[in-house]
Design a protein around this ligand. Structure first.
Ligand SMILES: *Cc1c(COP(=O)(O)O)cnc(C)c1O
Length: 408
């Protein structure tokens, strides 16, 4: 065994890192475009993009140049002062979000922190209730965790902040029934990523906007996974034609550099958090802002929104052309896709795919998630789709018409 290889690395990992992530699959040495190379020299096509983070892949010159230049100039200045990078990122975010007059940005370091800011924004309405959706994921801090639905994540840490109600995702009547005079905010993902790429479809967001407006509650959309071009729009809510009261962003925004934000829409909402009511040491630091500006500039300049839409459609078409009934459904939009399988073998498919040189993940036992860099090569991406029947064979995924599970 190579003493600097995967096995030795994972052994040392388990002796030094807290066990919350379990045993990792790989020890990655470096990236090359849309590929990752592990310490044993194996090369993988990165079709999960660090969980919807590496929007420009790995080592994209626009991003690495921006980071290198900013690192040499100024890494950190604190919020005792400001920098041109911070101001420009805020302006750019407001513009791509289509934010109305009076809108503002709070910059932080992660999706969780962005949602914490949203919770504090909701509290400033004077109402303590928050309605979230079943299946939701909003982060792991004790505030964001209260919004996150999965009991296994929440229960070991009870009691969490009070006042949070979960309603079935996509159910307009349930949402209307749960929102009342005590509701400060409704928080929703336009497409639930961790739940398995679930798009409630229809006019759910439009109805959520109507229900919250009628009740005087804020509508907060968690765009941490769906935002920054991943679904083919800058933000997933934009295709619904609504204006939420706030959105939270992170993941793809920095292309791998930690950065998050809360965008408050309009003057009234932006006035809820005032001097001294929130803050961050690292939030809005010039390094993270320079990275995010480079990501936004590249997405815009290289037409990556349209590209994400087109490639998402191409994956759908290729899956349909395979005619394999073990691929039951393709959900999602753009380059946030959930491939629904006929049986709960998705974790095995992830392992088989890895052995075949592809990194994907299984947010739930029947779903394979794809969230590749927006710059992924079309042939590489469709090449993975073409391998799916082999991978499903390798894990003995049953055809839905054959309950015995035997191959037809
Ligand atoms: C990943 C994610 C978060 C948490 O973001 P972190 O950067 O891990 O704190 C919150 N909401 C959604 C929808 C996410 O996908």
């Amino acid at each position: 065994m190579n003493s600097t290889g995967t096995d030795a690395g994972l052994e040392a990992y388990e002796q030094s890192l807290l066990g919350v992530f379990g045993r990792p699959a790989l020890v990655i040495d470096h990236g090359e475009g849309c590929h990752l190379v592990d310490v044993d020299g194996h090369r993988y096509l990165d079709l999960i993009g660090g969980i919807a983070v590496s929007a420009l892949g790995h080592g994209h010159p626009a991003l690495t140049d921006a980071i290198a230049r900013q690192a040499a100039s100024l890494l950190h200045a604190s919020n005792l002062v400001t920098t041109p990078q911070q101001i420009e990122l805020a302006q750019r975010l407001l513009r791509v979000a289509g934010a109305p007059e009076g809108s503002r940005v709070f910059l932080c370091n992660s999706g969780t922190e962005a949602n914490e800011a949203a919770i504090k924004l909701a509290r400033r309405t004077g109402r303590t209730g928050i309605v979230a959706a079943e299946g939701s994921f909003h982060g792991r801090s004790t505030g964001a965790l209260a919004l996150t639905h999965r009991p296994a994540y929440r229960e070991p840490f009870a009691p969490l902040i009070p006042g949070v109600t979960h309603v079935p995702h996509g159910d307009v009547d349930a949402l209307a029934a749960a929102v009342g005079p005590d509701t400060g905010a409704v928080i929703l993902e336009a497409i639930q990523g961790e739940a398995g790429v679930i798009d409630p479809g229809g006019d759910y967001l439009v109805q959520a906007r109507r229900i919250t407006a009628d009740a005087g509650a804020l509508l907060v959309l968690d765009e941490v996974q769906t935002g920054v071009g991943r679904t083919g729009d800058w933000f997933a809510f934009q295709s619904a034609g609504i204006v939420p009261d706030a959105i939270t962003v992170a993941k793809g925004l920095g292309g791998g550099v930690p950065v998050g934000g809360l965008v408050t829409m309009g003057e009234a909402v932006s006035g809820l958090l005032t001097v001294g009511q929130h803050g961050s040491t690292f939030g809005g630091n010039p390094l993270a802002c320079a990275a995010a500006i480079a990501v936004l500039t590249t997405i815009e300049g290289d037409g990556l929104l349209q590209r994400a839409s087109r490639l998402g459609d191409a994956v759908r078409a290729r899956v349909a052309a395979l005619g394999d009934d073990r691929l039951v459904e393709v959900r999602g939009r753009g380059l946030l896709l959930g491939l629904e399988l006929s049986a709960p073998v998705a974790p095995d498919v992830v392992t088989a795919a890895r052995a075949a040189g592809y990194l994907v993940n299984a947010p739930r036992p029947t779903t394979i998630r794809l969230a590749p860099p927006l710059v992924v090569d079309e042939g590489d991406l469709l090449g993975f789709v073409d391998r799916l029947p082999d991978l499903l064979d390798a894990v003995s995924c049953p055809h839905p018409t054959d309950p015995s599970g035997a191959a037809r």
